[in-house]
Design a protein. Structure first.
Length: 218
């Protein structure tokens, strides 16, 4: 299993992203939350900013989390920038298989995200179209929310589906992940962990990343 920590910059200083990213050298990827004010009631950054981050951070794995409508139109454009992984939400896609295939053909990993109230079962027969499944463990839109324990069953069912598929699809959890909650996610079967406020509200973000990595050591 992957055992990866992908810190989210949502609670970092968004006006100084390059230096914030430089503070977490131990991170396995940088999780970038793109919000459009429609799919979620918050607005962050988009293609022009990601394009600059890509240029300034060659060598870093960019994990794009799109919380935007019209995902089928926008997601491939992030892959075209050279981002290593692009996650779009199932709820915002009319053609998830086609979009996933397009992402892969553009050289990106294809990932799909689920809001807390969206079940995993609709993905059961098409799971191998994706390289990662993102299980949201808060309502998407804001950092600093409390982890939803009710999602642990969904993580476990996703792990069963991945096991049955005989592939190594990553299972990512995002929302309220911290040194206090990560063990539950590991036990349930997640292997890629997004942590925002837990990392960037610390005086030593990289120490938190290393601590989380130790806890996630599967
Ligand atoms: C929330 C975002 C998350 C968020 C996580 O909608 O998708 O990536 O930044 O922040 P914490 O870890 O504070 O819940
Ligand atoms: Zn996210």
């Amino acid at each position: 299993m992957a055992n990866r920590i992908h810190p989210s910059i949502l609670n970092a200083n968004l006006a100084a992203l390059d230096s914030e990213i430089a503070r977490i050298p131990s991170a396995d990827a940088i999780h970038l939350d793109v919000m459009d004010g429609h799919f979620v009631p918050n607005l962050t950054l988009g293609l022009p900013v990601i394009e600059c981050l890509r240029k300034n951070n060659a060598g870093r794995f960019l994990d794009i989390h799109l919380m935007i409508e019209n995902a089928d139109v926008w997601a491939p454009q992030y892959a075209e920038l050279g981002c290593e992984s692009v996650t779009f939400h199932l709820e915002a896609s009319q053609a998830p298989i086609r979009t996933a295939r397009q992402l892969r053909s553009l050289g990106s990993r294809a990932a799909v995200g689920l809001r807390p109230q969206t079940p995993i079962e609709p993905l059961a027969d098409i799971i191998t179209e994706f390289d990662m499944i993102l299980i949201m463990t808060v309502d998407p839109g804001f950092g600093g929310q409390r982890f939803l324990d009710g999602m642990l069953g969904k993580i476990a069912r996703t792990r069963q589906l991945v096991k049955a598929s005989g592939t190594d699809i990553w299972i990512q959890v995002d929302g309220g992940v911290s040194e206090e909650t990560i063990d539950r996610c590991v036990d349930a079967g997640a292997d890629v962990f997004v942590a925002g406020s837990a990392v960037f509200r610390s005086d030593d973000p990289d120490a938190v990343v290393r601590a989380l990595k130790g806890q996630a050591d599967l």
